[in-house]
Design a protein around this ligand. Structure first.
Ligand SMILES: *[C@@H]1O[C@H](CO)[C@@H](O)[C@H](O)[C@H]1NC(C)=O
Ligand SMILES: *[C@@H]1O[C@H](CO)[C@@H](O)[C@H](O)[C@H]1NC(C)=O
Ligand SMILES: *[C@@H]1O[C@H](CO)[C@@H](O)[C@H](O)[C@H]1NC(C)=O
Length: 427
């Protein structure tokens, strides 16, 4: 009897402790890719819902204030340029990767960030974007005396396994920057291996002197390599989900959270709603996401796109944030600077999404069960596109062949070669 009452007392004490324990969480999302921050924002808000306090170092502070959420706004620092629609070859991408360490070190010198680090304020947890600049931010965990968890906005990253202590086997684990899926021919395996080695050399070797210097200057620590700088990461959340994307062998420290950013849909703004309701034959969406520079879209490519749209009986909503062109818009096209993509994709009248196949767009499209015409531009977009094409929920079109867009649109809209199944993947 005594032991039972003791157990009850302990249980009650633990329950109360659980309810009143509020943790201080430091979130570091240094990149200027808005879509990356959009993935972690719902997680931040659900941590707040549970009574925790969050301080976020970000380029995209929430517009609406919320209790227990504060920001260090780093958007005033020299931002990364957007990606152009052409010339995103491997050498250019690598240059960007290598140059990253010094670009991002400016964040450590930001007065508010520097003050925070000097204050020796303690946190209970650090959540850091797992991306190219992660190595120079990982040692912050020791400064604030907290465990650190990575959050990878992509399906995977070439060095993700190595950080967690496992080798990547290039013969069957495709690199994010290769354009193969996990079913590779012999030559694709060779290509994948060479490309993976290239990235390894750039990221882990050529970057080393710079990262070591930054670690020494800012944290007073000696680090052997770039990968070892991240050795204190306890866990990495990835935007993968094995049934949707790739079934990789992986260690328990890598946790798939693909779909975590997909929250319930909300009503769309009145003007878009009216435009959609007036569309007798349905609606097509067009967006190149937030990281591709729309201004770099060549005039002839834009003409190809608008010309194709003008021949559709569907209405088109186009996310396009450029006034550079004096565009003569077809009557069935509405251009907006931004649209609530996830909410629009959920509408039954939306039939098709023309997209650069960025990670979040890919997940949202699968979640809503819509077909995609993919125009991959750089980074993981080729990789995402190939996965979608393999699953027969997308057709791909190269940027340089946008004159063929109309044909692709017809294939998807009129022949309905495939009908994707709505696959809710939010966790
Ligand atoms: C803010 O955090 C405190 C605990 O430090 C908690 O008592 C309070 O309810 C939180 N406020 C909100 C609005 O969540
Ligand atoms: C990892 O954690 C240990 C113990 O807190 C610390 O001494 C070391 O400097 C950390 N390493 C890095 C690279 O942050
Ligand atoms: C990969 O890229 C090469 C060169 O751009 C292309 O020839 C090949 O068809 C692509 N492979 C896949 C699977 O898309």
């Amino acid at each position: 009897m005594k032991s039972i009452s003791f157990a009850i007392v302990v249980f009650c004490a633990l329950t109360i402790a659980q309810q009143t324990r509020s943790s201080e969480i430091l979130v570091i999302f240094p990149t200027t890719a808005q879509s990356h921050y959009r993935v972690v924002r719902p997680l931040i808000h659900s941590l707040l819902d549970r009574g925790h306090k969050v301080l976020a170092i970000t380029n995209f502070p929430d517009a609406v204030e919320r209790a227990n959420l504060s920001h260090i706004d780093i958007s005033g620092l020299k931002p990364h340029s957007k990606f152009k629609t052409s010339n995103n070859g491997i050498i250019k991408s690598l240059k960007r990767v290598i140059g990253n360490a010094n670009t991002y070190a400016t964040i450590l010198n930001h007065p508010t960030v520097a003050k925070l680090l000097q204050s020796r304020q303690k946190f209970d947890l650090v959540i850091a974007e797992f991306f190219t600049p992660t190595p120079i931010f990982a040692p912050i965990a020791t400064v604030v005396d907290a465990p650190i968890v990575g959050f990878c906005p992509m399906i995977t990253f070439p060095w993700i396994n190595e950080v967690m202590g496992m080798e990547t086997t290039m013969s069957y684990m495709p690199s994010l920057l290769s354009n193969s899926t996990d079913r590779m021919s012999f030559f694709q395996r060779i290509y994948n291996t060479v490309k993976s080695l290239f990235i390894e050399i750039a990221f882990n070797w050529m970057n080393t002197p710079m990262v070591r210097q930054i670690n020494k200057n800012h944290y007073g620590i000696q680090t052997e390599s770039v990968i070892k700088t991240m050795a204190n990461l306890s866990m990495i959340m990835t935007n993968n989900y094995h049934s949707m994307f790739l079934p990789f062998p992986k260690l328990p420290g890598i946790v798939e959270v693909g779909g975590i950013h997909v929250v319930d849909e909300k009503p769309v703004p009145q003007d878009l709603n009216d435009f959609i309701n007036g569309a007798e034959h349905g609606v097509v969406l067009f967006s190149l996401g937030s990281v591709v520079s729309e201004a770099s879209l060549a005039a002839d490519k834009l003409n190809n796109i608008l010309d194709a749209f003008s021949k559709l009986k569907q209405r088109v909503i186009m996310k396009f944030d450029v006034e550079k062109y004096k565009i003569q818009l077809p009557v069935n096209v509405k251009v907006v600077k931004w649209f609530p993509q996830r909410d629009l994709l959920a509408l039954p009248k939306v039939l098709l999404f023309i997209s650069h196949a960025g990670m979040m767009s890919t997940i949202e499209t699968i979640h809503c069960g819509k077909p995609m015409v993919a125009i991959p531009i750089f980074g993981d977009q080729m990789f995402n596109t190939n996965l979608l094409v393999e699953k027969q929920v997308a057709v791909a079109i190269e940027y340089k062949h946008l004159e063929r867009l109309l044909g692709h649109l017809f294939v998807v809209l009129h022949f309905q070669l495939f009908v994707p199944v709505k696959t809710p993947i939010s966790l």
